[in-house]
Structures are given as C-alpha cells and as structure tokens.
Design a protein around this ligand. Structure first.
Ligand code: KET
Length: 508
C-alpha cells in the first residue's frame, strides 16, 4: 500500500448515514463488507473520498473568499444555495464537507458567466477579428509605427547586465527589492527630497500599478473602516473594481465636462469639499485616464487647499510618469507639490507604460507619513497585508528598474527613449486632428484632441458610436469612446478619421 493510501486508510472512519449521501453510502456499504472486497476496490473508494473532499473544500472556499461582497450582496452568486444543484452538503459528524455526486451536474452550476473586462476584453475581441484593417486602440499599450510591441533598448541592456552577473532567483523580501524601492521613491519625489532623508516614506514593491492600488485599498479597509474613497468621474475602469473587491466604499467627484470637453474644475472642488472629512481623494498624477485632461499647476494648488482644509488624504495613481510630457520630473510635479506642503499621502506607481514592462508587473506603493516612526509602522502593515495575498513580489522587473535608474548612462538613455515614445504619440495626435479637420466638412471643432495629453484621446463617441467603430470599421476601443493613440500609426490616421466621422455623424 502506498503512503497516500495508508494515510487515508488510517484516517478513515465510517460516517453516520445521511439521506443526502446516497453515492457515498453506496460505497460505504460495499466497503463495510471488508472480507469480500479487494485492495483495488478499497483504493478506489479512498481516492473517491479524497477527491470528493477536495472538490467540496474548493467549492466552499470559493464561496467564502474569492467572490467580492459586491457580487454576493447583489445576489449574483448562488453557490451553495441549493445543495441538490450544487451537489454538496455539510455533514455534522466531524464538521467535514462531504458531497453527493450526481451524473452530469457540475458543482459549479451556480457560477454565472462573468462579463468580459471593459479594457482587456477589447484585446480578446481584437484577436478574434480576421479583418486586415483591424486596429486595436483599446488597451493603453505602446506600439511602434509598424504597430508592433516595443521593448525598450535600455530594458534589453539591463537584462543583458543581469544575465552577465548571473543573478539568482531567490525570494525577495515581502517589501520587495531594496534597490528598487529606493530608486522608485527617488524617481517619484526627486532624489534630493527631504522626505527621503527623513525616512518618512513607506515604500513597498507592488504587483505593478493595479497590485499597488489593491494593497493600499486593503490598508484603507483595515485601518480606516468606513472611510470613503472619492474617484473622478470618469476614471480608469478598474478603480471601481479594486475598491469594490477590497470592500472600500467609494463615490465620484465631477471631473469631465462634456460641454467644454474639459475639466469641470468647479464641480470637482465642490464635490471634494462635500466629502466626509478624512476621505481619500484618488487623483491621477498626470495624463488622466480616460480623458487626457489634467489640472493646471494653479488648479493643483487649489485642489491641495481644499484637501488640506477637509483633512482628506490624497491618493495619487501615477501610471504614466514621463508619458504625459516626456519628462519624469514634470509629470511628478503634482505629487511633489502635495508632498512639499507636508501632507500625508498615498502614491501608487506603475512601470508598465514608461518602461514598457507591462507583463513584468512592476510598481510600488508609497505612503508619505508625518514621521519616520509612522512610516516604519505603515510599512510593517503593508507587508502584513501582502504576505497572505502574494507572499512577495517578482524580481525580474524590479532588477530592470533598479539597473536602469541606478546607472547614469542607462537612465539618460531611458529618458531619451521615453521622449521618443511620447513624441510619437504627439505626432499621431496631430495627424489625427489634421485628418479629422480636413475630412469633416460639418465644421465640428476637433481641437480638443490636441488639448488632451498622454496615451489616450477621449473622442466623445458614445456607446453606439463606439460599437459602430468596431462592427463596421474593425477599430477596437473601449465603449466610453476612449482611443489609445499609443496603438495608432501615422499611416492609419486617415482610416481612423473616416471611421470616427462616419460614427459621429451617422450613428446617434
Ligand atoms: N492606473 C491607471 C490610471 C491605469 O490607466 C492603469 C492601466 C493602471 C493604473 C494599472 O496598470 P498596471 O499595468 O497594473 O501597472 N491602464 C491600462 C491597462 C489596464 O486597463 O490594465 C489601460 O487603461 O488601458
């Protein structure tokens, strides 16, 4: 008998009969006739029991932890609501979960189909399209003029360095790579920022921007129970998911004014003022996604005034540092302005876009505290939250960032490449505007496209018009009318202009 079988055998003791346990009881009755059944039969029974228990536990834990409270409260999730359809029941005897297995009835019958992701789902639909003219302007990912993915030269050089050094694959500490954490905080706040010398920033490496935001959301949920996060209307689609899943209440502040196709500054200030004192105010550090509209430096000062007045905590999402203006420092100005006022704040960072490290999942969560002592405690709690979620972060992207930022030559080359990428997007933006203006005879003013910055353009196309773009023109974009200019080439601008003009004027 194998070790597995003997362990199972010694643990096995028959359960009291239960009407719901037909199938297992059948096995028990066979099994109880010990003298007549063979060792093979017994092994079959034990394996069956082990599989049943494992499946039941998987079902039970799915209902307990993987689903958001949001879904459960909305009644979308029916797991375990009907023991006949889901096929598992809890036995009283040992508190163990047992099940009856009916033929062709899945234990996952109660799990409904999830909708496709509004952004990443667009790429899935794009891949399935076989039309030659197809264009993916959904996800914010940089492409070359030939519409190919781009790996930065500095990234390749940093990776070569890593290969030459023969670096190992040991676990990182929970807070991530020390050299990365130092580099990322310096890049954000400026290397000579007194905050860093005073050790008032708790920085932990995160699973890119999304994972860093999620970690911060978990901290809010644990240490600021009931505190609200205010998010801009509109915002990056995943913000709402992140706070929903972390069980953090959120509401929206006005941001975009469709009439002016600009910032609703008065509305924004009024809503931040109205929020309960001590709320978290989520701000896009630069290149607001999806609108491409950022406050002016003067407006940032006023936003900081009202946040300070109301004792709110600013929470920056910095996913595009360097991509808005082409300069890392200019794009960090908003965060530095708040930090210089001595405010405590949160900043999530991402290297997906500015270093093209989308799949490496490299970013950071920074919490600026009023004392070094508070920073040590906050960091300890961020680590405590990270450990049961993902244990410790991946090393590869962290080493790339540390090598690029830590080496003056590579750092300089990175800045040049970033300017090149930001420059290509600006050229495409200009060409799209020119094409629209030349082709559209209606007199519509398309100049808002030139005023927006960053990877995206918020076209103002509604859902039906966006659907026409995809169904008729094979141009893939998010349903809110956002297009990623980083996925557009100069050569495709005319075609895109035709698609936009047709959708705008011929679809209501
Ligand atoms: N914040 C913002 C504002 C943002 O646009 C993204 C990504 C992220 C955070 C997170 O990126 P990460 O790769 O986790 O560091 N936005 C693009 C990709 C996505 O939706 O995941 C997008 O809007 O297309």
């Amino acid at each position: 008998m194998s070790i597995l079988s003997s362990t199972l055998s010694s643990n096995y003791s028959p359960q009291p009969r239960s009407t719901q346990e037909h199938h297992r009881d059948l096995y028990i009755s066979v099994d109880s006739n010990a003298a007549s059944h063979s060792r093979a039969h017994r092994r079959q029974f034990l394996l069956f029991q082990m599989a049943s228990t494992m499946l039941s536990l998987a079902s039970a834990s799915a209902s307990a932890s993987s689903l958001s409270m949001h879904d459960t409260l909305k009644g979308k999730v029916k797991i375990g609501s009907n023991s006949l359809s889901t096929g598992f029941v809890k036995t009283k005897s040992f508190g163990r979960v047992s099940m009856s297995v009916a033929a062709n009835v899945s234990r996952f019958e109660g799990i409904t189909m999830a909708p496709p992701d509004p952004i990443l789902g667009v790429s899935e639909a794009f891949r399935a399209d076989t039309n030659d003219m197809k264009l993916n302007l959904g996800v914010g990912a940089y492409r070359t003029e030939e519409l190919q993915p781009y790996v930065l030269d500095v990234v390749k050089k940093a990776e070569n360095l890593m290969l030459q050094r023969g670096e190992n694959k040991e676990y990182l500490p929970i807070e991530g790579l020390a050299a990365f954490n130092k580099a990322t905080a310096e890049l954000l706040f400026g290397a000579d920022n007194p905050l860093l010398k005073e050790q008032r920033v708790a920085t932990v490496q995160g699973l890119s921007g999304t994972g860093s935001l999620r970690l911060a959301a978990a901290l809010i949920e644990r240490y600021f129970p009931g505190a609200k996060v205010l998010i801009s209307s509109p915002t990056w689609g995943n913000h709402k998911n992140i706070f929903n899943d972390a069980r953090v209440p959120w509401s929206e502040y006005r941001y975009y004014d469709p009439k002016t196709v600009g910032l609703d500054f008065e509305g924004m200030i009024a809503d931040i003022k109205d929020a309960p004192e001590g709320s978290f105010i989520l701000l896009h550090g630069c290149a607001h996604n999806p609108t491409g509209i950022d406050p002016t430096p003067d407006q940032w000062e006023k936003i900081a005034d009202v946040i300070q007045e109301k004792n709110h905590i600013p929470f920056f999402d910095v996913a595009y540092q360097g991509f808005a203006s082409g300069s890392l420092d200019t794009d960090a100005a908003s965060v530095r302005l708040f930090a210089a006022r001595g405010m405590e704040l949160f900043v999530a960072q991402s290297y997906s876009k500015n270093l093209g490290l989308y799949a490496e999942r490299i970013g950071a969560m920074n919490v600026v505290c009023s004392s070094a002592d508070a920073a040590v405690r906050v960091k300890s709690q961020l680590k405590r939250l990270a450990r049961p979620m993902y244990s410790n972060p991946p090393i590869h992207g962290a080493k790339i960032v540390a090598n690029v930022v830590g080496d003056p030559t590579l750092f300089k080359e990175w800045k040049a490449e970033m300017e090149m990428m930001a420059g290509r997007i600006k050229n495409v933006r200009q060409k799209l505007f020119d094409s629209l203006s030349a082709k559209d005879k209606s007199g519509k003013d398309w100049s808002f496209i030139l005023k927006q910055i960053g990877m995206f353009s918020f076209t103002g196309l509604n859902k039906a018009q966006s659907e026409n773009m995809t169904n008729k023109w094979h141009v893939y974009l998010t349903k809110d009318g956002r297009i990623s200019l980083a996925g557009l080439s100069l050569a495709k601008c005319e075609y895109l202009a035709d698609a936009i003009i047709d959708s705008f004027h011929n679809v209501s």
